[in-house]
Write a protein that binds this ligand. Structure first.
Ligand code: CA
Length: 566
C-alpha cells in the first residue's frame, strides 16, 4: 500500500506543482443505502438510538444526516399466524414498509422495496410460497404476484413513500415463491417487473426494477438466471448482489461479477447487501451469525468502516451504481436474553418468533429467538452511531475518506483461481464417470448423478444420495501418475436429515489414510472438508468420502479437488 500512496504523492507533485494534493474523489451519484426493515419493531421494543452529538434521535434522521440517501425495506406478504401474531424479523408487511418509506421520504431519502414473495425470510435455501398462494399453479401465482405487487406498491406510494426501485424477489438464485424451475421463476419475476412498471406508468413515476442474486462465487448459476430473465422478457433494469466478504470471496471477485453483468446482460448493478462486524461480542444474549472472522479487516469499528468504504469503492470502480448496508439498525433490545424474550415474541424484534414455526418448521422450528446481527449494525449495542456512518457522509460529499486503505489482494476463494485440480471429472459434469467408484459393504449405494443446479456446488450435476434404508457407502477416485510432492485435497458437501451420521472425507496415499470428519447441516449450507500436507511418493492417491447415516438422510457431494502445493 505504501507504494500506492507514494505513487499518488508523485502524481500530485508532477501534475500541478502549485495545486494542493486533492483527496480521492468518489462519484456523488453513487447510491448509499441502509436496510432498515426492523426499525419499527425495534422502536416498539423500546430500543433507543443516538446521534453523533449523543442526543436521543430517530435512527432514520441519523442515517439521513450521515449522507445515507436510500433505505431498503423488505416486504413479506403476510408474516402473521392465524391469530395475527407476528413471525418476527421486524414483522415486515406492507404497512411497515409504507410507514418506513414515508418517514424516509420526509427526510429526503428514497426507498428500495424488497419483495420476498413469501410470508417470512426468503434466501437461497428457502423460498416458501405465501400461505395465500398454497396449491396455486405457476400461472395462478403469476397473477397473484402481479396483483400483490400492484396493491402493495400503491399502498406504499399512497402513504407518501418515495420508491425509486423495486426488488422482485430476494436472493432468487434457485427459486421464488415455492417454484424452483428457473424459467418458471423468471416468468414470476417478469410478472413482478411488469406490475412495477404498470403502477409507475399509471402514476406518472419512474420506478426501476431489479432482481437480487447472491453466491457470486458461482457465477455460472448467476448467468443461468440472467439468461432466463431475458428469455422470459423480464423488464428488469438492474441486478442487486449480496456481498458478504466472509462468505463471497474477494473484492476482486465482486468487481469481476459486477463488470461481467454490466457488459454481458447490459443491466445496472449494485450491492444490495453487505455488512461487517464491529465486534465479535454478542449484545442481546442470542448468538450471532458471525462469531469469528478472518479476512482483510478486523472485527472492530475501524474494520467495519474499512469494509463498507472498500466495498463502495470497488463497486463504484467496477461501474456499480450503489451499495446498501444490511441490518444497519438491528441493535440489541437489551443485554439480557431472559428480559428480551417476551419483547422479541410480542414485538417481532428478534430474527424469528415462535409463531413462525408453523409456517417454516424446517428453518425456524425451535430455533426462534433474538437478533443474530447485532454485532454488524451501524450503531453500537447502546445505539450510538459507529465510525462507518460518519464515513458515509464523506462518500456522499464526493470524496473517499483519507486513511482507509484498500486491503491487500487476497487469494480468491473460488476453485477456478487455484492451482491445477488433478481430480478427473471433479464435479461429475462429464458423462464419463467411470473414474468414480461408489461401493458399499452392506448393500446398494443409493445414489444418482443428479442434474439439478441448486443441489450442485458448481455446474449442474452432483453426486446425490438418499435412501429409505440406512446408508453406509464410499465414493472415491484413484489418481495415478502423480509427481512426488505435497498435496492438498478437498470436497464440497451439503444435505440434511442426518441421523446417526458419520461423514468422512478421506485420502489414501502411500498406504496411509488421512481423514477429515464433516457434517451436513441443511440444504445448500456447503461444507468444505479439507486435508493438507499429504505426501505422495508412489504416484498414486485416492480421494473420497465415506457416508454413513440413518434412513431418510440426503445430500450431495461435488467439486472434489486435489492440488499439488509443493
Ligand atoms: Ca445477538
Amino acid at each position: 500500500m505504501k507504494k500506492v500512496l507514494l505513487c499518488l504523492v508523485v502524481i500530485c507533485i508532477l501534475s500541478i506543482s502549485a495545486a494542493p494534493c486533492l483527496a480521492e474523489s468518489f462519484p456523488e451519484d453513487f447510491i448509499l443505502g441502509v436496510d432498515v426493515s426492523e426499525l419499527i419493531a425495534q422502536e416498539q421494543s423500546g430500543v433507543k438510538y443516538y446521534d453523533a452529538g449523543g442526543g436521543e434521535a430517530d435512527a432514520l434522521a441519523v442515517l439521513a444526516q450521515s449522507g445515507v440517501d436510500r433505505i431498503r425495506v423488505r416486504v413479506w406478504n403476510d408474516p402473521h399466524d392465524a391469530e395475527g401474531r407476528g413471525y418476527g424479523g421486524g414483522n415486515c408487511d406492507t404497512s411497515v414498509a409504507a410507514a418506513l418509506s414515508a418517514r424516509a421520504a420526509a427526510l429526503g431519502m428514497g426507498t428500495l422495496i424488497d419483495f420476498h414473495y413469501s410470508d417470512f425470510w426468503a434466501d437461497p435455501t428457502r423460498q416458501l410460497a405465501p400461505k395465500a398462494w398454497a396449491g396455486m399453479s405457476p400461472e395462478e401465482k403469476r397473477e397473484a404476484l402481479y396483483g400483490f405487487t400492484c396493491k402493495a406498491l400503491d399502498e406504499i406510494l399512497d402513504a407518501g413513500g418515495d420508491v425509486d426501485m423495486v426488488q422482485v424477489g430476494n436472493e432468487t438464485n434457485y427459486g421464488m415463491a415455492g417454484e424452483t424451475d428457473t424459467l418458471v421463476m423468471a416468468e414470476l419475476i417478469a410478472a413482478g417487473c411488469r406490475a412495477v412498471k404498470d403502477v409507475a406508468a399509471r402514476r406518472g413515476l419512474e420506478i426501476k426494477t431489479c432482481v437480487h442474486l447472491t453466491d457470486i462465487l458461482k457465477s455460472s448459476r448467476i448467468a443461468e438466471v440472467l439468461d432466463a430473465l431475458d428469455a422470459a422478457g423480464a423488464d428488469c433494469d438492474a441486478v442487486g448482489l449480496s456481498y458478504y466478504p466472509y462468505w463471497h470471496g474477494s473484492l476482486d471477485r465482486l468487481a469481476r461479477v459486477i463488470s461481467d453483468i454490466r457488459t454481458t446482460w447490459k443491466r445496472d448493478v449494485f450491492v444490495a447487501e453487505t455488512a461487517w462486524p464491529f465486534t465479535l461480542e454478542d449484545g442481546d444474549g442470542w448468538g450471532n451469525v458471525i462469531g469469528d472472522v478472518s479476512g482483510p479487516w478486523p472485527a472492530s469499528p475501524e474494520g467495519q468502516l474499512s469494509e463498507f468504504m472498500n466495498v463502495c469503492r470497488t463497486a463504484a470502480q467496477a461501474g456499480a451504481v450503489g451499495a446498501y448496508y444490511w441490518g444497519g439498525i438491528w441493535t440489541p433490545v437489551g443485554p439480557d436474553a431472559d428480559e428480551n424474550w417476551p419483547i422479541w415474541e410480542k414485538r417481532g424484534s428478534g430474527w424469528a418468533a415462535s409463531f413462525a414455526t408453523g409456517y417454516d418448521p424446517d428453518n425456524v422450528g425451535e430455533d426462534y429467538g433474538g437478533c443474530a446481527w447485532d454485532n454488524q449494525a451501524l450503531f453500537d449495542f447502546e445505539g450510538r452511531p459507529l465510525e462507518a456512518l460518519n464515513a458515509i457522509r464523506q462518500l456522499a460529499g464526493g470524496s473517499f475518506p483519507e486513511g482507509v486503505e484498500a486491503p491487500e489482494p487476497e487469494e480468491d476463494a473460488s476453485a477456478e483461481d487455484e492451482g491445477e485440480n488433478l481430480v478427473l471429472n471433479p464435479g461429475f459434469e462429464d458423462a464419463d464417470r467411470a473414474m468414480w467408484i461408489a461401493k458399499s459393504e452392506t448393500g446398494e449405494v443409493p445414489f444418482d448423478y443428479q442434474d439439478y443446479a441448486a443441489d450442485a456446488h458448481g455446474g449442474d450435476i452432483a453426486f446425490h444420495y438418499w435412501s429409505k434404508s440406512d446408508m453406509d457407502f464410499t465414493v472415491e477416485q484413484t489418481l495415478t501418475g502423480l509427481e512426488d510432492g505435497i498435496y492438498e485435497a478437498s470436497a464440497w458437501s451439503q444435505g440434511g436429515d442426518m441421523k446417526d451420521a458419520e461423514l468422512t472425507f478421506y485420502v489414501i496415499s502411500g498406504g496411509e489414510r488421512y481423514e477429515q470428519p464433516f457434517m451436513n447441516t441443511s440444504w445448500a449450507n456447503w461444507q468444505n472438508p479439507m486435508i493438507s500436507d499429504i505426501p505422495v511418493t508412489g504416484g498414486e492417491l485416492t480421494v473420497g468420502a465415506h457416508i454413513k447415516c440413518a434412513a431418510l438422510g440426503w445430500g450431495t457431494l461435488d467439486d472434489f479437488s486435489v492440488i499439488k502445493v509443493k
